[in-house]
Structures are given as structure tokens and as C-alpha cells.
Design a protein around this ligand. Structure first.
Ligand code: MSP
Length: 645
């Protein structure tokens, strides 16, 4: 136990959309580092949270007819459940709507204003609401946001400005003197060349055109710019500037702040300058990871290719998804997600290599040694030595990869040990050894070595997979004290431990069948409405509602309306009466789909003649005015004519 504090953060997430697998990547990678450091005895504080203010949120809440707070509360609950599902071991969860955070941002803003680093001026410029970014005319790409290509809005407001320019030289010097500050190094170059060396403009840090933000407490019509608000979370969560700042004193400056590549700019320019102005130390490192992409494009709901981590966890298990994210995406660069590569990783690395090694080892110990790990005896110097030395070397090789956060390479080291064990089985051929007494002495050594390598691999897997190491230990009968990193050295395993056959760690997946089930696109189908969910209409009284006569109606017959592209003609039984109703649902239903079904009819709607057919009433459908549509009916069989209210 070295007990040294280690502070690691993820960005705090916007509660605007459902989180996709790309978001999960960022948090799971951070979680792996946090778990790794904890395993190595560090006193880790891992912070994540939600970035809840801004015009975008205010607009979305308004469209849905709820308050911004109600809107974010609901989505943030979803974040917390996803992190729980994915075993994300955060220590702190900060919400920018927490009163402690709000007060901290107000104090920071006031201090900077009072010391002259923030000043008031008129502002005219371009604002990209989806990115919450200000842009100068010359930075726009064809008049649009250079980051997301969406249109920007011309903003004219009296605003507060932050003197970024005053600190630019100090920041450039800091970056040059501390090569580890921005990682990977390519991102440091990008920041210097694209932003810092051409010269920094002062930053507009308040807005008056919306309210959903932290109010500037000495000038209440202004709210603090969301990035100043959001970035402060990393210290507000530690109690910075409050009476109880124990966490801040202990953990700041952060050891590493993990962020996606598109927000490195905010974290390596605005954030360090803010800290310099406050007279506080800078984070030791900001690491910009790449994106998880689909077919060469960033995942986003608007591109219709979001992959839901909840669905994937339900289908393949948390460890399979964590493994894929951590093993497949080169840390720092982009990685591509496809269902095929996910299944390939599960089958190849997890089911065939790791899972099979465990089940074969346990089965052989069971069969040849009555279920007890045998004591090693007849060592074959040549064959065993290379396995010993690999098992002895792997922990430090893994440490070297993790020193630079190369998680996939660290996992590859564990895989090397697993593959070596599988080869060792081929070379030693245990089934032949079992045939003679002398062979059995040798077999005892072979099986001890295999069990020992598996124990070492399970210890090393602890930071990455949350369920599998425990399952391996249980099958090997590993006592608690030998599950710890302190016992990672090969050879500490005690003979005599009772193995216990268990379920396959990762059942093999039939790739073709699975892909067919997932759909031709190879991605789980997302049911997403084509349009924004419209806001709830203005309130009405019961009197207005009761004017509409909704009835259950049974479809007696149904046919297409000749020459009409969209229409079906339905004969409906409504409490002893028969009606004809025309409905524009031909794209979704064949006439035979509807016959015999019970639907809801607006029975007192004035008759209308549509394509020459008189329609008496209208049947209710739920629809997004795009591809989604369903006729609405009762959940159990009920007689037609019943009133729906
Ligand atoms: N709210 C800001 C961060 C403020 S931090 C003071 C934000 N939020 S976000 O929800 O849009 O993104 C959160 C993190 O998820 C970012 O690091 C972002 O890069 C990451 N990812 C979003 N999509 C991603 C992928 N497709 N792949 C990998 N990471 C992705 O930005």
C-alpha cells in the first residue's frame, strides 16, 4: 500500500441525449485506470458527473414543457444507472446544478472580476449552441461551426470577458516545459499550432440571452459561460474555496484528466488559464483520447447510428463490453465499433483463449488429481522455464504499458500469457502424460503451472474486467490472500486448493446467427423517433376533453381504397352499429393485419369524404410522422362500443 493520492477525472456529461457506447468508452477507460491505481495501492479519487446548464438544455426542456431541472434530473438518473450497470467505480459524482458547485463558480467569477481578469464589454460574435462555443468570423467554415458544421447564431450582447491573452505566454511556456502536460504529444502540437501560437483572443464568459446557468451574483442578468461553469467542476467537487476543502488539499492537482479529443482545447487552454488566474496549480496531465466511431463517422444520434450500451450489456454481459472497449480502441486514437468485431473479440480472446484455458485446466485437475491442484514435481527446464519467465515478466510489462495509459497494450500482455499457456498444453500433451506413472508426476507440474498462470492472469485482469477474475478464482479455489496484487508472483499458489468446475466464462456466439438477429446493418436496432418529441399542448379542462367521444371498435373488414396510395377502408363494429372509417395507414398494415383487432375510434368526429369514401370517425394511432406508427388498442380483449376516457 503506498497510499499516495491519485486524482483522475472524466468529462462531465451533457444530459442532452441518451449515452451511447462512445460515452461509455471514455468512462470505462477512466475506470480501468482508477481500478489499476487502486490495485497498486494508490488512494484514488475518481470523479465524473453531469454538465447540466446551457441554452441547449433550456431549449430542450421548453420543447418538452418541463422545467430544465426536471428535464436534467431524469436524464442524470439514467447516467447513474448506466455507470452502475457497467461497474464504473467513481468516488464522486458532481452535478453542475449542485448548490455547492454553483456557489463555487460564483466565487471564482467574482474573484477574477475583482482582480481585473474578467471585465465587461459589448460583444458581437458567432455562437454554436450545440457545441456551446464562440467563434470568430475568420474561424467559421463556410459560415458554419468549424467543429460540427452546423449553423452558428450571431450574438450581440453586453458580456463579461476573460483575459485569456494575458496568460497565453505563460501557458505556452508551461506546455513546452512539461511534455507530459498534454498527451498524446500530437494533441499538444495541435493546441500550440492551431490556437496558442496564432494568438489568443479574450474569451466571452457570460450570456444574457438565456437563464439556465449559474447567475453572476453581482450582475444577475448574466449567467456564466457553460465551459467556465463546467470546467470548475473538477475543483468544486473537492470543496475548493470552502471551509471544508480537505479533498481539494489532498487531491488537487489532478494526476490525469481524461477527455475526448474534441474537448482537449477547452481543457488545455481555458482550464489551465483559469487555474493560473486563480493562483492554483495546473493538472499534471490532460489526456485526449480518440473517438469510437461507426463506419468512419463519429457516433451521434443525428447520424442514426447510436449503439446502446445497455442493450449490449444485456446481450453479451458487462465484461464482454468492457473488454471490447478497452482492448479494441488504441488509446489516444480512434477505434471502430462493429457488432462483428465485438463478437470476434468475445469468441477469440474471451471464449477460445481465456475461457477454454480455464475450463480445460479445471477439468484436467478434476479428472487426473481428484479436483485438487497438484504439487509441482518433475520440472522440464526447457519447456517450463519459458513459461515461468513469461509469467514473472508480464506484471512489470503491464505496468510499463499502464504508465502511459496504453490500456489495450496492457491487456495484450495478459493475453500473451494466456496464449503461452494454451501452447504449453499443446506441447506437453497432458492426455498422453496421464497414461503412465512417470508421466503423471510430470502432469502434476504441468497442471500446477497452468493453474498458477491463470491465477496470475486473473489478478492482472482485475482493473479491466469486474466479474471474470472472481469467477476464475472461484473455479481455481484461490484463497483470498492469493487474489491480491501482492501475490502476483508466479509460484505462490498453494497445492491442494480444491478446484470447482463452473459455467463457461464466455459462451461462444454463433456469429452468423447473431448478426442475422441483430439485423442486416449488424447493429442493434434503435427505435428513435424521426422528429423531436413535440411539447405537450396547452392545458384543457375536463369539459373540453369530454366533448370527444372515444369508443372501442372491432375491425370487421378492411380493404385498400382503389387509386389511393396511403388509404385503407375499415368496417368497424361500434356497440351494435357498423361504420366505415378511412385511415392513412396502408404503409404500415396489410388489410388482413387489422381484421379482428380492437381499436380506438373518435366516434363523434364530423364525417369527411376522403378519395370518394365517406369516413365516419377516425382511428387513433401513435406516430412520429416518420417511419414509426402503431394503431392503438386495449391491452386485453374488451367488447366494442365501450367508452374510452
Ligand atoms: N459536457 C462536456 C464536457 C465538459 S467537461 C468539463 C461534454 N460532454 S459530452 O457528453 O458531449 O461528452 C462527454 C465525453 O464523451 C467527452 O469526452 C467526449 O469526447 C466523449 N465522447 C462522446 N462521443 C464519443 C465517441 N463516439 N467516442 C469516444 N468518446 C466520445 O463534452
Amino acid at each position: 500500500m503506498n497510499n499516495k493520492p491519485f486524482y483522475i477525472t472524466t468529462p462531465i456529461y451533457y444530459p442532452s441525449d441518451k449515452l451511447h457506447i462512445g460515452h461509455a468508452y471514455c468512462t470505462v477507460a477512466t475506470d480501468a485506470i482508477a481500478r489499476y491505481k487502486r490495485q497498486r495501492g494508490f488512494d484514488v479519487y475518481f470523479l465524473t458527473g453531469a454538465d447540466e446548464h446551457g441554452q441547449k438544455i433550456e431549449r430542450k426542456a421548453k420543447e418538452r414543457g418541463v422545467t430544465p431541472q426536471e428535464y436534467v434530473d431524469h436524464i442524470v438518473d439514467g447516467f447513474v444507472s448506466l455507470w452502475k450497470l457497467m461497474d464504473v467505480s467513481y468516488d464522486g459524482f458532481i452535478r453542475t446544478t449542485d448548490p455547492l458547485h454553483v456557489a463555487c463558480v460564483q466565487r471564482i467569477f467574482k474573484q477574477l472580476y475583482e482582480q481585473g481578469d474578467i471585465y465587461k464589454d459589448a460583444y458581437e460574435g458567432h455562437y454554436c449552441t450545440p457545441c456551446e462555443s464562440f467563434w470568430l468570423e475568420r474561424q467559421l467554415k463556410d459560415g458554419c461551426c468549424p467543429d460540427c458544421n452546423r449553423p452558428v447564431e450571431l450574438v450581440q450582447e453586453e458580456s463579461y470577458y476573460f483575459r485569456l491573452s494575458k496568460y497565453a505566454d505563460r501557458l505556452i511556456a508551461h506546455i513546452r516545459k512539461n511534455p507530459d502536460f498534454i498527451q498524446p504529444p500530437s494533441r499538444a502540437n495541435e493546441m500550440l499550432q492551431n490556437f496558442l501560437l496564432p494568438g489568443l483572443e479574450d474569451l466571452c464568459v457570460s450570456r444574457t440571452s438565456f437563464q439556465w446557468g449559474v447567475p453572476v451574483d453581482f450582475d444577475e442578468k448574466h449567467v456564466v459561460y457553460v465551459w467556465v461553469d463546467a470546467l470548475s467542476n473538477y475543483i468544486s467537487a473537492l470543496g475548493y474555496g470552502t471551509e471544508d476543502d480537505t479533498l481539494y488539499q489532498k487531491y488537487w492537482p489532478a494526476d490525469v484528466q481524461i477527455v475526448g479529443k474534441e474537448i482537449v482545447r477547452f481543457h488545455t487552454i481555458i482550464w489551465p488559464i483559469l487555474l493560473m488566474a486563480l493562483g492554483q496549480p495546473l493538472p499534471k496531465q490532460v489526456f485526449g483520447h480518440g473517438w469510437l466511431v461507426l463506419d468512419g463517422g463519429k457516433m451521434s444520434k443525428s447520424k442514426g447510428n447510436v449503439v446502446d450500451p445497455v442493450q449490449l450489456c444485456a446481450r453479451y454481459g458487462v465484461d464482454a463490453l468492457r473488454y471490447f472497449l478497452l482492448r479494441e480502441v488504441p488509446f489516444g486514437s480512434d477505434g471502430v465499433f462493429s457488432n462483428e468485431t465485438l463478437i470476434y473479440r468475445i469468441n477469440n480472446d474471451l471464449a477460445n483463449d481465456l475461457g477454454n484455458l480455464l475450463s480445460r485446466t479445471v477439468a484436467m485437475i478434476d479428472k487426473y488429481f481428484g479436483g485438487e491442484i497438484p504439487a509441482p514435481d518433475a520440472i522440464n527446464i526447457e519447456v517450463d522455464d519459458s513459461l515461468f519467465s513469461l509469467a514473472a515478466r508480464i506484471p512489470s510489462e503491464l505496468d510499463a504499458r499502464m504508465d502511459t495509459w496504453h490500456i489495450p497494450d496492457a491487456i495484450a500482455e495478459i493475453n500473451r500469457l494466456v496464449s503461452a499457456c494454451n501452447k504449453y498444453i499443446d506441447v506437453t500433451a497432458p492426455w498422453l502424460l496421464a497414461k503412465t506413472e512417470e508421466g503423471k508426476r510430470r502432469l502434476a507440474t504441468v497442471l500446477y503451472n497452468l493453474a498458477e498462470c491463470l491465477r496470475v492472469a486473473a489478478i492482472l485482469l482485475i482493473p479491466f474486467l469486474t466479474q471474470t477474475p472472481g469467477k476464475i478464482f472461484a473455479q481455481l479455489g484461490t484463497p483470498q490472500d492469493l487474489r491480491d496484487i501482492a501475490a502476483v508472483a508466479f509460484g505462490q499458489g498453494r497445492p491442494g486448493a480444491k478446484v470447482e468446475k463452473g459455467e463457461a466464462l464466455f459462451p461462444r456466439i454463433d456469429l452468423e446467427k447473431e448478426l442475422a438477429e441483430l439485423g442486416a446493418a449488424g447493429a442493434p436496432k434503435e427505435i428513435a423517433p424521426a422528429c423531436e418529441i413535440p411539447p405537450i399542448k396547452e392545458e384543457i379542462g375536463y369539459d373540453d376533453f369530454s366533448k370527444v367521444d372515444f369508443r372501442l371498435a372491432k375491425v370487421l373488414a378492411c380493404e385498400e381504397v382503389p387509386k389511393a396510395k396511403k388509404l385503407l377502408k375499415l368496417q368497424l363494429a361500434v356497440g351494435g352499429e357498423t361504420r366505415t372509417v378511412v385511415s392513412g395507414i396502408k404503409k404500415w398494415y396489410a388489410p388482413t393485419d387489422l381484421v379482428g383487432k380492437t381499436v380506438v375510434l373518435v366516434a363523434n368526429l364530423k364525417p369527411a369524404t376522403i378519395c370518394g369514401v365517406e369516413s365516419r370517425g377516425m382511428i387513433l394511432c401513435a406516430s412520429d410522422e416518420g417511419d414509426l406508427l402503431s394503431v392503438v388498442g386495449p391491452m386485453v380483449e374488451l367488447p366494442d362500443g365501450l367508452v374510452v376516457r
